[in-house]
Ligand binder design. Sequence first.
Ligand SMILES: NC(=O)c1ccc[n+]([C@@H]2O[C@H](COP(=O)([O-])OP(=O)(O)OC[C@H]3O[C@@H](n4cnc5c(N)ncnc54)[C@H](OP(=O)(O)O)[C@@H]3O)[C@@H](O)[C@H]2O)c1
Length: 276
Amino acid sequence: MNTRKYTLITGASCGLGWEFATECARRGRNLLLTALPGENVKTLGEQLAQKFNIRVVGFEADLTKTTEIKELARIINESYEVDMLINNAGLGGAKSFLKADPEYIGNIILLNTYALVMLTRLLLPNLNRQEKAYILNIASLAAFSPMPYKTVYPASKAFVYSFSRGLNAELKGTGISVSVAHPGGMKTNAEVSLRIEKHSKFIQSATLSTQRVAQICISRLLKRRKIIIPGFFNKLYWLLLKVMPLSISLAYMRGLFKKELRKRTKKVPAPELIPD
Ligand SMILES: NC(=O)c1ccc[n+]([C@@H]2O[C@H](COP(=O)([O-])OP(=O)(O)OC[C@H]3O[C@@H](n4cnc5c(N)ncnc54)[C@H](OP(=O)(O)O)[C@@H]3O)[C@@H](O)[C@H]2O)c1
């Protein structure tokens, strides 16, 4: 173990967050991992600590709740020196805005934007104490274009992009840099995996693994890159979005996601009743 400093990663019990934890552990960084209660983050952390001979502490917190964000930050600031913050936890999905549960919409905004901003603000004095410090905010390729039937998710990720670029410029001259990452689709949870598997073989082969995305992000974060777009095809998509008129991309995505939703909500025939 080479340092008493820690990397804090949110949403670390699965998906991309777990790969960030593994990649940082491989690099010998001590870890503070957060996940929702009941996600086994402490046990998972112990496995990393043993395998890579690092210190790992797991915290359970629902980051859509202000009190839990504040309590988490208080405990961390009192006991640990943090030189890397990875704001990874995030929620999204395709739903009709009219039919989506208002609480679901609220939670996307709370987790993807409010929690990220609050945690960054509350941890900033700690990061500022370190000689060098890094913040990595996880946005998405979705940040670069509004999307019908996803509406709130891309808007929240556009917020993450704007916030990260502004804060990075504000912190110039300090030892802290802020990078924002824009991954494309990755097979993390069941919903995203199913969506990717419905695309053409070409798109599927261009999809990066969470492990590769985590490796690229951490190595570019340490080089203090402001924007990180992992993968050649994701960069191509980003360039395409820049030159394509918005009305065309909106019409295309409206058709795409509408079809996807229709397929998902197709009624399953009711099981036949067994007579008494
Ligand atoms: N998957 C993709 O295709 C894709 C593409 C672009 C960007 N991203 C972004 O990458 C990040 C990670 O996504 P993922 O697909 O790996 O995640 P995921 O598998 O969908 O899991 C959701 C993540 O958010 C955390 N989370 C959910 N509700 C929470 C709450 N109330 N409080 C605290 N944490 C909560 C979960 O933490 P637990 O560890 O507790 O489960 C988990 O890490 C997100 O910001 C996502 O928007 C994903």
